[in-house]
Unconditional design. Structure first.
Length: 258
């Protein structure tokens, strides 16, 4: 049996549910506390800060931030992910606001000290104007003096580690991946095939690729200032050994942009 998605991959709830074990395996949950430690240090997040976790998924970072005493709002489009995140929060008696909304639509004026966007959650949309809309929402949602952090796989890193095909085994299931770089290195197309319990599921995933310079320019054009680029969450240099493209930017206290 082969099952293919019929709508844009990022709008397909079945895709997110089917491939959840691949996207949110045990190691990703294990890594969350360390990643939050690094986030706090890198961004200088003060106790009691209000944080927006945009595209929070199952709440790996939202939950961990709430455990540290921060006031957290997690926003995602996938109902099943939010349901699991809420259950985990309730079990631990953590107060987290989870909201089901498209990142192109959610904004809350001057509400947050910090906005984070983790795990390559920017660049899903065919129209670049949609990415700009997301950044405008982030900008509006930040208080003056607030900080934005975006974590993606930069195209410079991808060029270094690119593999056209690979596969992985996970709990008796197999995930095969094919990748193709196109549109003059501005876009990547991925074909994922999941073999599980005698069934085959296929998904076509594509998204925009950003270099450090391109993402910095987009942030500056969106009104952000003091854009800094790092190679991981520890603040390492974005050089030939970079693991991720981490962009940190600020909303100036005296900036009047709307």
């Amino acid at each position: 049996m082969t099952k293919k998605q019929e709508k844009a991959w990022h709008d397909d709830e079945e895709f997110w549910e089917t491939f959840a074990p691949t996207l949110f395996g045990p190691k990703r949950w294990e890594d969350a506390p360390k990643e939050v430690d690094e986030l706090i240090l890198l961004l200088g997040i003060k106790p009691g800060s209000t944080i927006l976790d945009l595209c929070c998924g199952k709440g790996r970072h939202s939950l961990e931030l709430a455990r540290r005493g921060f006031r957290v709002t997690g926003v995602d489009k996938t109902a099943a992910y939010l349901q699991e995140a809420r259950k985990r929060a309730e079990t631990e008696e953590l107060r987290i606001e989870f909201i089901k909304e498209d990142m192109r639509k959610f904004s809350r004026n001057d509400a947050f000290d910090v906005v984070i966007n983790m795990f390559t959650s920017l660049g899903y949309f065919e129209d670049l104007a949609d990415d700009k809309r997301v950044l405008a929402n982030m900008y509006r949602s930040l208080r003056k003096g607030g900080t934005l952090m975006i974590d993606v796989m930069g195209k410079e890193i991808l060029a270094r580690i690119f593999r056209e095909r690979d596969w992985q085994e996970q709990n008796g299931s197999f995930v095969l991946q094919e990748r193709k770089i196109c549109r003059s290195w501005s876009w990547i197309e991925n074909r994922w095939i999941l073999l599980k319990e005698g069934k085959q599921y296929e998904a076509l995933i594509s998204h925009r690729l950003y270099s450090a310079e391109e993402l910095s320019g987009l942030l500056t054009d969106s009104g952000f200032s003091c854009v800094n680029i790092y190679g991981d969450l520890t603040g390492a240099e974005y050089g030939h050994n970079a693991k991720r493209l981490i962009a940190v930017a600020n909303k100036q206290k005296n900036n009047q942009r709307i």
